[in-house]
Design a protein around this ligand. Structure first.
Ligand SMILES: Cc1cc2nc3c(=O)[nH]c(=O)nc-3n(C[C@H](O)[C@H](O)[C@H](O)COP(=O)(O)OP(=O)(O)OC[C@H]3O[C@@H](n4cnc5c(N)ncnc54)[C@H](O)[C@@H]3O)c2cc1C
Length: 392
């Protein structure tokens, strides 16, 4: 028997779970399919939970402002605590060229609604107590950014979507799209899984690191290539650090492009770095290199962190696009298929805003941010134009 829905969402992750919720809120009968055993078990749970609108791309700024609004008011709206902590983001700056970069993007960040300012070294010292003062020039601070628990939030989006009638089916991999027509006038009419066929006039691809393979089922060649990043978390210590801190300097050890960390509501220090040499592929085994490199960088920046106990390390995937910008919207030439993919290192913070915009696009024919802003994320753009976001 083929079951029918208004919309099918492929993947119950950082993007899929909120997208299902916002579609259900618009009154649609929604089915969510995930090959894993519950929501948020893909790359969602690898995220360290940072949520910032501090970007240089206007679409990312505005969509993340929407996410911040959704995350920060979620407890009020639903009664569920998802670990929201409004501590802001701080980018401490030690090099003149980085000062120039950060100051040069302030006007665009402010223009698109971000609450952010340049702080002198004294101001940064107040925001990040114990920070290494040697060579500290200053930094940016955006107080309305924050942190959320990825697992608590995906569970809560799922529960709230279910209350609105959404069906979640787990351990069920989408193996094909059901289509009508041919190249140029293809219409997606549903999906095929290992367990059966499901029909819907709208199918949303939010399949994370596997999103390209779903696109190929509709004849679309959209480049989403995973690369891996490691992270870790300490045992809890007394709260002392309000913001998430991003050090954009490449490390002296020659391995790290930047690193970032914060203290969550439980008092744990949670941290991650971006390797200089991108590690392409889907290998998720932890390395012996990560923790010694990370420890040196963190202790150099905040010496008082030298005595923390590390509790757990993990490695996850960024679903990357060539230009470092997500792919959201409806691709031309294929009816019924919508994309919320290629989230790179920012899918958790983008997820709710992307879901809100996709739900609006699907039910009202237009995104909730201005179309010209939304179009920065267009699936029809040239991914290889060479333009990259200044602040990744
Ligand atoms: C170490 C690390 C730290 C990070 N920190 C942050 C951070 O602080 N803030 C932030 O915003 N982002 C962060 N990220 C990035 C973030 O984790 C990802 O961008 C985000 O989770 C991607 O969301 P997604 O919904 O696209 O993918 P996912 O959350 O992986 O969801 C995709 C889902 O689709 C399912 N799926 C795939 N193919 C199929 C199929 N054929 N059939 C059925 N189901 C399928 C998968 O099982 C999965 O559940 C971090 C990533 C890493 C690795």
């Amino acid at each position: 028997m083929t079951r029918e829905y208004n919309a099918i969402v492929i993947g119950a992750g950082s993007v899929g779970a909120p997208t299902a919720y916002f579609l259900a809120e618009q009154g649609l009968k929604v089915l969510v399919l995930d090959e894993l055993a519950s929501s948020g078990q893909g790359q969602n749970k690898a995220a360290i939970g940072g949520v910032r609108a501090t970007h240089s791309d206007p679409a990312k700024i505005q969509i993340c402002l929407q996410s911040l609004d959704i995350f920060s008011t979620w407890k009020e709206k639903t009664g569920t605590d998802i670990g929201w902590k409004e501590g802001g983001y701080c980018f401490p700056i030690y090099e003149n060229k980085d000062e120039e970069l950060m100051i040069s993007i302030l006007p665009i960040q402010k223009k698109f609604g971000l609450d952010i300012d340049w702080y002198d070294s004294e101001g940064v010292r107040r925001v990040v107590p114990g920070i290494n003062e040697k060579g500290l020039i200053g930094g940016t601070y955006s107080p309305k950014d924050g942190q959320v628990s990825p697992l608590l939030s995906s569970e809560s989006f799922t529960n709230e979507a279910m209350k609105l009638g959404t069906e979640f089916r787990y351990l069920e991999k989408v193996t094909d799209l059901i289509t009508e027509g041919g190249k140029g006038n293809l219409a997606v009419k549903g999906v095929r899984t290992s367990k059966g066929d499901y029909k819907a006039d709208v199918v949303v691809n939010t399949a994370g690191a596997d999103a390209s393979s779903i696109c190929k089922m509709a004849g679309l060649d959209i480049p989403v290539n995973p690369d891996s990043h490691e992270a870790g978390i300490s045992a809890p210590i007394s709260p002392f650090l309000e913001p998430l801190v991003v050090d954009i300097r490449p490390g002296p050890e020659g391995k790290t492009a930047n690193f970032y960390f914060g203290q969550n509501l439980e008092g744990q220090i949670i941290f991650c770095y971006t390797p200089i040499e991108i590690i392409s592929g889907i290998d998720r085994r932890s390395t012996s290199e990560f923790m010694p490199v990370m420890a040196r960088r963190m202790v150099n920046l905040i010496p008082r962190l030298k005595n923390i106990t590390i509790r757990r390390l993990w490695r996850g995937l960024y679903p990357m696009t060539p230009d470092g910008v997500a792919v959201v919207g409806k691709p031309s030439g294929v009816e019924g298929l919508f994309l919320g993919i290629g989230m790179c290192g920012q899918g958790f913070m983008m997820g709710p805003g992307v879901g809100l915009n996709l739900a609006s696009l699907i039910t009202k024919g237009k995104p909730s941010v201005k179309k010209e802003i939304f179009d920065y994320l267009s699936p029809d753009r040239d991914f290889y134009s060479g333009k990259k976001e200044a602040l990744k």
